[in-house]
Design a protein around this ligand. Structure first.
Ligand code: FAD
Length: 408
């Protein structure tokens, strides 16, 4: 392993890549820093693509991680639209689509994820879309301006946020999911029901507990057929059924991969010169004592920073708890920790008024918490999870008992 680090290459044009590039410079690194992106854009953040930017409330300038001048000012070379095609570990080089050969002493992979596709038997009809990129969001907004009916396949985070955005365009929205409540896998039946009621109250035609059997039309989408023999008229189908990590480069390079690029707690892969961060990284979590691949904004942001320091050999463990947020209609929420379907739920506040904190408990210990339209409590919720102490359920449910008093 080279002792002197002169050349750093970062592959990927998302938040993790941009924060890593920024961090190596703020940490004082004075060698070369090169970022390769596949998309024809400088790095940007994705949450606005299903929220403010999609509904036209947030200008595109606010979506980018940095102003355009940031990269030259910090002597970061950004090769936009020139993705890495191969990693030559033996030769210590990254090859790009345009034919560049970039030497590296340290390499960061932050290639993110792509939407999972569904076999819909549509024969390539127009009007079936996914949402991942800025271009996808632009195109979706254009279509939402012209269609009358949209069908959303999948009631996960993307599906729910697109449903909320589509209602603001005045479009009739149907959302289909084989599970009985939205977000069932993450939130379980009790808390998932909050989102079922939320979308129903906003006029979404929820088709839950049923799958899509096919999509029909002539040239463009006209109908979605469901497993229960129902047929939905639609001119647009948005498929939101999860994402797949982009591990092709890592596999080709012979790095260890298993639903993500395997990294240790310092984000280092099976090759000590190569790190991975963000949606792509399946990282060992030192306090949860298991591997996690987290597909959320805060993870890309914070792992990007940690990876930036660790590219310089700092060896800093990444030990943050998983955290994410979502906004749908007038509901804003933040979730911290990691719950299982079998964990017990305790609620503090009012579910009916959609102003509460839900806690998930395992052996009387809080393992996750979600605050809904209740703010400035994330630190307290996370402190409770980290403390790992048994808590009294009645006290946890009682708004008058400060959360800080339960940490022990
Ligand atoms: P990505 O953002 O996927 O970036 C990876 C980049 O690498 C891509 O631009 C890709 O083109 C590029 N790339 C791939 N292969 C190569 C290659 N060979 N060479 C060069 N470049 C390559 N999370 C939340 O917590 N809250 C939210 O509200 C939320 N909303 C979201 C809304 C939408 C519409 C989407 C799509 C995601 C949302 N997320 C949200 C998730 C969050 O945006 C992701 O977790 C985050 O973008 C991951 O960042 P990343 O840098 O790891 O990967």
């Amino acid at each position: 392993m080279a002792d002197t680090i002169r050349d750093i290459v970062i592959v990927g044009g998302g938040l993790a890549a941009a924060k890593a590039a920024e961090t190596v410079r703020t940490e004082g690194f004075d060698g070369t820093v090169t970022v390769l992106t596949e998309e024809p854009e400088r790095p940007y953040e994705r949450p606005p693509l299903s929220k403010g930017y999609l509904v036209g409330k947030q200008p595109v300038d606010e979506v980018y991680v940095h102003a355009p001048g940031f990269y030259p000012e910090h002597d970061i070379t950004l090769h936009i639209g020139d993705p890495a095609t191969r990693i030559d570990r033996g030769g210590g080089q990254v090859h790009t689509r345009s034919g560049r050969r970039l030497p590296f002493d340290r390499l960061l992979l932050a290639t993110g994820a792509v939407p999972r596709r569904l076999p819909l038997g549509d024969g390539g009809l127009d009007g079936i879309v996914v949402l991942r990129t800025l271009e996808d969001s632009r195109m979706l907004a254009e279509r939402l301006r012209t269609v009358e009916h949209v069908t959303i396949v999948g009631a996960g985070w993307i599906g729910c946020e697109v449903a909320a955005a589509a209602r603001t365009f005045g479009v009739n929205v149907a959302m289909v999911d084989p599970l009985d409540v939205p977000l069932a896998r993450v939130l379980g039946p009790q808390v998932g029901a909050v989102f079922r009621d939320l979308h129903r109250d906003h006029g979404v035609d929820l088709r839950l507990g049923v799958g899509v059997s096919g999509v029909r039309g002539a040239g463009t989408v006209e109908h979605v057929a469901l497993d229960d023999d129902a047929t939905l008229d639609t001119q647009l189908v948005v498929v939101g059924v999860g994402v797949v990590p982009r591990v092709g480069l890592a596999e080709q390079a012979g790095l260890e991969v298993d639903d993500g690029v395997l990294v240790d707690e310092t984000l280092v892969t099976s090759d000590p010169r190569i790190l991975a961060a963000g949606d792509i990284a399946s990282a060992w979590h030192p306090s949860l004592r298991r591997r996690l691949r987290v597909e959320h904004w805060a993870n890309a942001l914070n792992q990007g920073e940690t990876a930036g320091r660790n590219l310089l050999g700092r060896g800093e463990p990444y030990a943050r708890l998983p955290y994410f947020f979502s906004d749908q209609y007038d509901l804003g929420m933040e979730y911290s920790g990691l719950a299982d379907a079998s964990d017990r739920v305790v609620v503090r506040g009012s579910v009916a008024e959609r102003e509460f904190i839900a806690f998930w408990l395992r052996d009387d210990r809080v393992v996750a918490g979600m605050n809904v339209n209740v703010w400035d409590v994330v630190e307290d919720v996370q402190a409770l999870i980290r403390a790992g102490v048994a808590v009294d359920s009645d006290a946890l449910a009682d708004r008058d008992v400060p959360l800080t008093g339960l940490v022990g």
